[in-house]
Design a protein around this ligand. Structure first.
Ligand code: AMP
Length: 586
């Protein structure tokens, strides 16, 4: 039986707000935490980001706001969070959920002008979301009055202690009215957290999420990979990953209906046959989608957990988690749908840097490694496609039926080099199946994965380095064959060459390509003349429609980038930068 928000005691007005957000059912932490918090109990909860913990306390605390109470300079709810980013995020969540009650929320954090915060507090609010240091400053100045506090929540308490806020927390807790309700959430429960809980929580309900190890035999044979990207770039990153993986059929899991619908639209625009499956659909709509799935028409089935329950699809090659699932159990459940019948399945997870902890947790529970991989670049995608073409050619050569085509080769051989004839034939074959080469457009996708040496322990915020700025590629997917002849006299450069990394060499990116009439000679000329590099030292050059890549000795890259930025190439100032993707070990 499915538990609904209403079953947990959530009022219809709030429930409607959740439906509008596309939430289909409560997450485990919400199931456990909402009823006792609604009943006014104190609570100690172990939950990391991504589990739905914000709603687990925001919903009941909002519902417990004194009915009809106007916003006041004595707020009813105070939430303490470790960082400014989280303050904004949690405030945004309270705002979205609390609209139903007309709840006024304000975030206050260090680094923002006091005046502005004081004005907001004076105007009156119901909920204050604050970082501990700034909250304490306001309490001491008399600009944050805790005397009307009904509930106090500590979010990511372990993080607040790690950041040195222990004394501030003690001081704030001591300043809050004794009869308030307190909820403490923390991803881990070290002794210091337990001490705070023992001192400041009254007979708390404890909510510890399942940490049961999963029996090894229960997990299918599945390649598990995660990519770290920001929320804003997830759709573009997913497109790139799918282009590389070329799934027969992928089941893509999203948290909400709204996300499902959005993805269907954007991936459909990329040329994928994608269909939605979520709780808002009628049985007839579901049946139609399942029929299309089973007959092999679809590339992607995009679903919420609820809608995908009980689905058993034989031909599933990939499971994609558009977000890290809310619990290790949900992860195991999801990825268990691929890798059936002894075949190797593929499970791909897109994670935001802040969800890194959830990934680690899943690894611990499953005892299996989730490899954090570098986002594929446009060149990786092209190289993969060429690989597919190469494999098909191999089959054609080994197979029979070439006889009738030999005549064509022979008739051209008098005029052209056989190698050129073969290359032209490969090009036509490639473009007929793989489609035209993709074009660069939009902002670059930033790979947020931690550098390799930190991959294992990077759980603290800030432990990530942003690297790689591979150009974002969008455009039609490789299914629609389109003729795109190369310009006269120009031989296409094999993209695989761009991927081959020569030791001691790195690439630079120059923001102009074929469309700007950029030719290899222009690049060589500019590099030789402006940076004083010998032409012979310059490695491979690749020119695409919109940009060019030039391979250079590692030690001369910085000098060339500086020199080219300072000059005009073909009469224009160009974007020039080191192409980060070449520097990282693969
Ligand atoms: P949190 O763990 O609070 O950072 O939440 C992670 C994400 O899950 C947020 O984007 C929420 O909007 C989303 N979320 C929270 N509860 C639910 C739910 N019951 N169903 C779907 N998405 C949810």
């Amino acid at each position: 039986m499915t538990t609904t928000f209403a079953d947990l005691g959530i009022a219809p007005a709030l429930g409607e707000a959740l439906t509008a957000l596309g939430y289909e059912e409560p997450t485990p932490i919400q199931r456990e935490a909402i009823p006792p918090l609604l009943a006014g109990r104190d609570l100690l909860g172990q939950a990391a980001t991504g589990t739905g913990k914000t709603a687990a306390f925001a919903l009941p605390l909002l519902q417990r706001l004194p009915p009809g109470a106007p916003p006041s300079s004595r707020p009813a709810v105070l939430v303490l969070v470790p960082t400014r980013e989280l303050a904004m995020q949690v405030a945004e969540a309270f705002h979205r959920y609390g609209r139903a009650f007309g709840a006024q929320t304000v975030p206050i954090y260090g680094g923002q002008a006091f005046d502005q915060q004081i004005r907001a507090l004076r105007r009156g609010v119901h909920v204050v979301i604050a970082t501990p240091g700034r909250a304490l400053d306001h309490i001491r100045r008399g600009t944050l009055d805790l005397s009307g506090l009904v509930s106090l929540a500590l979010d990511e308490a372990d993080e607040m202690l790690d950041m040195g806020f222990a004394e501030d927390l003690e001081a704030i807790l001591a300043a809050a009215p004794a009869e308030r309700q307190t909820a403490l959430f923390s991803a881990t429960l070290p002794a210091r957290i337990i001490t705070i809980a023992n001192r400041h929580l009254k007979n708390p309900v404890r909510v510890l999420l399942e940490q049961k190890k999963v029996a090894a035999g229960k997990l299918p044979k599945t390649r598990q990979t995660a990519y770290m990207v920001t929320r804003a770039q997830k759709v573009a990153a997913l497109g790139r990953v799918l282009d590389l993986e070329m799934p027969t059929l992928a089941l893509v899991f999203c948290r909400t209906r709204t996300e499902v619908d959005g993805l269907v639209e954007s991936l459909g625009g990329r040329g994928y046959q994608a269909e939605a499956l979520h709780g808002g659909m009628t049985q007839m709509q579901r049946d139609r989608v399942m029929k299309r799935t089973r007959t092999g028409v679809l590339d992607l089935l995009i679903a919420t957990d609820v809608a995908a329950r009980g689905l058993d699809i034989e031909q599933l090659s990939h499971v994609v988690n558009f977000d890290v699932p809310e619990s290790p159990g949900a992860y195991v459940h999801r990825i268990g749908r691929t890798g059936r019948a002894g075949r190797e399945g593929v499970a791909i997870t897109l994670a935001e840097p802040r969800e890194h902890r959830m990934l680690r947790n899943i690894e611990q529970v499953t005892g299996q490694k989730i490899e954090i991989a570098r986002l594929p670049t446009v060149f990786d995608v092209r190289a993969k496609r060429l690989e597919v073409t190469r494999a098909s050619l191999r089959e054609a050569i080994i197979g029979e039926g070439l006889e009738s085509y030999r005549v064509v080769v022979e008739s051209l051989a008098g005029e052209f080099d056989v190698m050129d004839i073969a290359a032209a034939a490969v090009q036509l074959a490639h473009e007929a199946t793989a489609g035209p080469a993709e074009e660069e457009s939009g902002p670059p996708i930033v790979d947020m994965s931690p550098p390799p040496e930190r991959a294992v322990r990077a759980s603290a915020p800030g432990a990530y380095t942003v690297h790689a700025s591979a150009p974002l590629v969008s455009g039609p997917r490789a299914s629609a064959p389109k003729a795109s002849a190369p310009r006269a006299g120009e031989r296409p450069v094999a993209p695989s060459r761009a991927k081959r990394r020569t030791a001691g060499m790195s690439r630079i990116y120059v923001g102009a390509g074929r469309k700007a009439n950029m030719r290899p000679a222009d690049l060589v000329g500019a590099i030789v003349n402006e940076a004083g590099i010998a032409a012979a030292a310059i490695g491979g050059i690749e020119i695409t429609d919109n940009f060019s890549l030039v391979e250079l000795p590692d030690e001369s890259v910085d000098a060339v980038v500086t020199a080219l930025r300072a000059t005009k190439v073909k009469g224009k100032r160009l974007t020039v930068r080191r192409d980060q993707a070449t520097r990282r070990p693969t």
